[in-house]
Design a protein around this ligand. Structure first.
Ligand code: LLP
Length: 441
């Protein structure tokens, strides 16, 4: 058994995922195929939960940021692991409800939640809603009044911490569409506004500074700024923050340009947050709030691999070699959106030495449809099974039917046993919602 990029290679020289031979998975389920290693996902849930239990007396809750990968099986896993979830639309919440997720452990985010989403959240019995606008506070209060209920809420604040990550996934910069700035009094102002609402019970605050962040100091700085704000607000109004939600954002390995953090290594992020939170609340003499964290990418990202079958190969002498696969930006949109980098392995010849640098192209009718650029690989042949690593987060969840391609199936693998958790789309799915008006018949 060899190891390549942290992955196991079996005695046939094939990539293994969750104890299953990747080439057999490709054969059984077809490609493209999203493959998830169940134990990897569960281990990540467990390490976060354990760290809060050990380092913070269990006074907290891990919320899986389900935008990273949302499907019923994933909410089942989160439920079984005893963690909560964050949802950002009625659709994600509906999926959780359908999976029987205990939605009192769900938090709803969004900078522009629709009225129908708020109604659905209230009627589903959601635990918490994170308010991000005055109009939302007004609307939510009114909806709660009509229903004779009081809803627990947090307020999204912006501590103004600039994390070192792609600008599209930075969220706590001064010009962010999210949250209310702690620095200029905006956060305190909306906090007072929400406190005065009869049908809203303000529990605390939420911030999320960005995604794919490796520096623990960015998170510690966010804690500092949040606690400064909490202390100031308490001095001014007597309001005691019961819950502090620090969002997610811990970086994962995509290529060797990224740090490779072990499962246990992720505990360090929470330890850094907790140490700072303890120190800072002690400094102000504040009661320690319940701590919420919302990792998404780090729970599912490295647990996911996408398998493809290699099709056309085009060598433009002296310029570039394209290896086209049966997927593309419709199921792997991150290169097209963010220029994201990936590592790929030939799943059927995983021990072969890398010989060339290729560009993995998709099958969409668009030049920008690249799955990954400048990827070292052995000499690739048509028919090879190509595995792109670390595709568990923000791939399936951002997939589309561009060019009327099918969104692929996802399988969950544990001890060599693969089960379908999302069926591949079919032709029927593509035209399901199409209507030909009578006058076009
Ligand atoms: N909490 C909130 C409020 C968030 O907005 C996010 C991610 C998370 C938690 C989870 O962050 P994570 O642990 O997954 O980094 N589509 C982009 C990523 C967008 C992240 C949006 N918010 C990508 O593919 O890189």
């Amino acid at each position: 058994m060899n190891i390549l990029a942290g992955r196991r290679i079996n005695e046939r020289g094939h990539l293994e995922i969750g104890g299953a031979d990747a080439t057999e998975l490709a054969q059984t389920f077809g490609t493209p195929l999203y493959v998830f290693d169940e134990m990897q996902i569960r281990s990540m849930c467990r390490i976060y939960k354990k760290t809060i239990a050990e380092e913070y007396d269990g006074n907290g809750l891990v919320l899986y940021a389900s935008k990273a990968f949302s499907c019923m099986a994933m909410y089942k896993i989160a439920a079984q692991e005893g963690i909560g979830v964050d949802v950002v639309s009625a659709g994600e919440l509906y999926t959780a409800v359908q999976a029987g997720f205990p939605v009192e452990r769900a938090y709803m985010h969004g900078n522009n939640k629709l009225e129908k989403e708020l109604i659905f959240a209230l009627e589903s019995g959601i635990g918490n809603i994170v308010i991000d606008a005055y109009s939302e506070a007004d609307k939510l209060n009114e909806l709660c009044k009509e229903r004779g209920m009081v809803q627990n809420v947090l307020i999204r604040i912006n501590p103004g911490v600039e994390a070192h990550t792609h600008h599209a996934v930075q969220t706590a910069t001064p010009d962010s569409k999210f949250g209310f700035a702690t620095q200029d009094g905006s956060a305190a102002k909306i906090a007072k506004y929400v406190m005065a609402k009869e049908n809203l019970r303000l529990k605390g605050f939420h911030c999320h500074i960005g995604s794919q962040i490796f520096e623990k100091s960015s998170f510690a700085l966010a804690v500092d700024k949040c606690v400064d704000f909490m202390a100031q607000l308490q001095a001014e109004t007597g309001f005691e923050t019961a819950e502090l939600n620090l969002g997610g954002g811990y970086g994962i390995w995509y290529t060797d340009e990224d740090a490779k953090v072990s499962v246990e290594g992720y505990a360090e992020y929470l330890k850094a947050i907790i140490a700072e939170l303890k120190a800072k609340t002690a400094q102000y003499g504040l009661k320690r709030p319940k701590l919420l964290v919302e990792p998404g990418r780090s729970i599912v990202g490295e647990a996911g691999t996408t398998l493809y079958t290699v099709g056309a190969i085009k060598d433009i002498p002296g310029i570039k070699k394209y290896v086209a696969v049966d997927g593309g930006m419709f199921e792997a949109p991150r290169y097209a959106l963010y220029g994201s980098k990936y590592t790929a392995i030939l799943a059927n010849r995983a021990n072969d030495k890398n010989e060339e640098i290729v560009t993995i192209a998709g099958k969409c009718c668009e030049s920008g449809d690249i799955v990954a650029a400048n990827v070292p690989l052995p000499k690739v042949n048509t028919g090879d099974i190509l595995a792109v690593l670390s595709t568990g987060a923000y791939h399936y969840s951002m997939a589309s039917n561009y060019n009327r391609n099918f969104i692929p199936a996802a399988v969950l693998v544990k001890e060599g046993n693969a089960r379908v958790i999302i069926k591949a789309q079919t032709f029927a799915d593509l035209v399901r919602n199409d209507v030909i008006p009578e006058d076009l018949q």
